[in-house]
Design a protein around this ligand. Sequence first.
Ligand code: HEM
Length: 118
Amino acid sequence: MNQSIATVMVQVVRLCGLVALGTGALSWFAYNSPLLVHVVFGGLLVSALCILAFQSRSSAGKQTVLAVAVAIVIPLLGLLELKPFLGEFRWALQWLHPAAGIGGMGLAEVLAKRIRLG
Ligand code: HEM
C-alpha cells in the first residue's frame, strides 16, 4: 500500500514539476502565462513531496527533513518574488526558486526509492 502511494506521488511530482517549470519559464520570458496555474501545480508538487516525506520518516531521516524544508522554501521564495521592495535582489530569487523546485523533484525520487526499498 505504502509503495503504491509513493509511486503515485512521485508521478504527481514529475508531472506537476514539468508544468510548474513550463509555466514559470513562460512568465520569466514575459509571455502571458496564468500565475494561478503555476501556483496550483506547484502547490500539488509541494503537497505530494510532503506525503512522500511523511511516508519515508522512518527510512530516510536526513532526506525527509530536507524534503520538508524544501517544501516550505519553494512557495516562500516564489511568493516573495511578487514583493516590490526586493529591488536588485529579485534576480537571486528568480534562480533560487526554480532551483529549490528542481531540488524538490530530485528529493521526491530519492524518497520514493527509499520507500519502495522499505
Ligand atoms: C506552491 C508552490 C509555488 C508557488 C507559490 C510559486 C510561485 C511563483 C511565483 C509567484 C513566481 C513569479 C512569477 C512572476 O514573477 O511572474 C514563480 C516563478 C517561477 N517558478 Fe514558481 N511557484 C511554486 C512552485 C514552483 C515549482 C515547484 C517550480 C519548479 C519545479 C517553479 C518554477 C518556477 C520558475 C521556473 C519560475 C520563473 C522564474 C522565476 O521568476 O523564478 N515554481 N513561481
